[in-house]
Write a protein that binds this ligand. Structure first.
Ligand code: FAD
Length: 441
């Protein structure tokens, strides 16, 4: 049926991109929008349920001019939202950022033609004193062994992730979008197929939610709900929190993001609980298991939730701290979790109508850099539904199974890790996990 603002639109997944899509549909006047999720916003399994995320530091385009156009277009739209949209503006902290690398290979990657440069307004950091001088005395007490980097004082920074997602959902609900959440009533178990199209989704309680258009934005879980033809690789990263004292929180306020592309990153502690979040950096963990529904189809990477991280990841976090802030290196973690995202083969987003099912719209493939686009990404997803994407965006965001045929599941996809973790890892190999909150408190 032709699309009008009276059409019934169903969004599967109220995570980062689902909330953004709900908001943009509401703003464009769609009157019958329903969002399904097993959890109320913020879903504990959403990649966006997090203290903070970096506002994109680099382009993912490499040397390709069209991909550069797409990267810039996305980043301009996001930045516009962070600076001016009242829904998102309070959650943006333009504190600047530091990008760094250690090995020759990672340095080369950092210093590509489109990378940071003095002409682009970046300040080179060559010595430990250079690094230490980017923050107040007493913060960066480490030796920065082998580090080289760049500092941008404005124009980038971090965003409060959970609060921006909640803010988008609140405004969408105010505009009339209906959220149906709960383990049974919100969990989609299957899409509704007829001979030629998708007609909505069925939830775990058996309810059929019929719709004129169905938007799939279930993040790392999307591939379990629809055959993505290997275009998504569910991959997890690891994060930890360190509780800071009120004095430390004051000292650490408004710090730039510090990101070594093969060691890890941290941002300033949050205002509410004074917790400093950090991630160790690596090419990610998959969870390779046989698919019970299709035992002959080979293995799939299957997401699962866990508020612990592998002991080896904790060790890497502490190594990163030892290099940068050794005074924190042995402090117990107050929280940790694994966090799932889904990589496309080239880490470009997949935002498109499905070529065979005209009513199905895909908004997936966050590829590790999808959070900072929350102010605008839903607009692009609605543009795809309305056939309004310009040609270059359409080409980049397209359904592209040909790029995933025979996919190398171990491809690093432009990421780095320290020695021993410079590879895509498998949770099936992990024997030891942290036990935060279990015997430490
Ligand atoms: P999600 O936000 O994960 O949402 C998926 C939703 O689907 C969830 O709400 C879930 O509950 C729901 N769902 C699952 N199953 C079902 C079902 N059966 N039925 C209905 N709903 C379902 N990006 C940045 O821009 N900057 C960063 O610094 C950054 N750092 C990151 C650090 C980590 C550790 C990780 C893991 C990711 C990071 N990202 C970052 C990437 C970013 O978080 C993701 O790209 C983005 O959040 C993905 O959004 P999404 O909507 O696709 O998925």
């Amino acid at each position: 049926s032709p699309l009008t603002t009276d059409s019934k639109i169903l969004i599967v997944g109220a995570g980062t991109w689902g909330c953004s899509t709900a908001l943009h549909l509401g703003r464009r006047g769609y009157k019958h929008v329903t969002v399904l999720d097993p959890y109320p916003v913020p879903s504990p399994i959403s990649a966006g349920t997090d203290l903070n995320k970096i506002l994109e530091l680099g382009s993912f385009a490499g040397d390709d001019a069209d991909e550069r156009y797409v990267s810039n277009k996305l980043l301009e739209a996001a930045t516009e939202g962070w600076r001016n949209d009242p829904v998102f503006k309070p959650h943006f902290h333009e504190t600047g950022c530091i990008l760094a690398a250690t090995s020759n290979e990672a340095r080369r990657h950092m210093n590509t033609r489109d990378g940071p440069s003095e002409a682009g307004g970046w300040i080179p950091l060559r010595t430990k004193e250079d690094f230490q001088a980017t923050m107040p005395k007493g913060v960066l007490t480490g030796e920065f062994p082998g580090w080289e980097g760049w500092w941008m004082q404005k124009g980038a920074g971090w965003v409060h992730a959970r609060k921006s997602m909640e803010s988008a959902a609140r405004e969408a609900a105010r505009l009339g979008v209906k959220f149906i959440t709960g383990d049974q009533i919100g969990r989609v178990s299957s899409l509704i197929y007829d001979s030629t199209d998708i007609r909505g989704a069925i939830t775990a309680d058996g309810t059929y939610h019929y719709a004129d258009r169905t938007i799939l934005s279930a993040g790392a879980s999307a591939a379990a709900l629809f055959d993505m033809k290997d275009q998504l690789r569910p991959t997890a990263w690891t994060l930890a929190h360190i509780k800071m004292t009120p004095e430390e929180a004051k000292l650490y306020k408004n710090l730039p993001v510090l990101f070594n592309i093969e060691r890890g990153f941290f941002m300033e502690p949050d205002e509410d609980n004074h917790e400093l979040k950090m991630c160790d950096e690596h090419p990610g963990y998959c969870n390779w298991i046989s698919d019970a529904a299709a035992p002959d189809a080979g293995q799939i990477s299957s997401p699962f939730a866990k508020n612990q991280i592998p002991i080896e990841s904790e060790a890497r976090c502490r190594e990163f701290l030892r290099e940068t802030m050794p005074h924190l290196a042995d402090r117990p973690f107050s929280f940790a979790r694994i966090c799932w995202c889904a990589d496309t083969p080239n880490r470009a987003f997949l935002i498109s109508k499905h070529p065979d099912y005209a009513s199905l719209v895909l908004g997936v493939g966050g590829s590790g850099h999808g959070f900072c686009h929350i102010p605008a990404i839903g607009g692009f997803i609605v543009d795809a539904m309305e056939d309004k994407l310009d040609d270059k965006l359409k080409q980049s965001f397209r359904w592209r199974p040909e790029t995933a045929r025979g996919r190398d599941w171990k491809d690093l996809q432009g990421r780095f890790g320290p020695q021993g973790a410079n590879r895509v890892m498998d949770f099936q190999d992990i024997k030891q996990w942290t036990n935060i909150g279990e015997d430490q408190e």
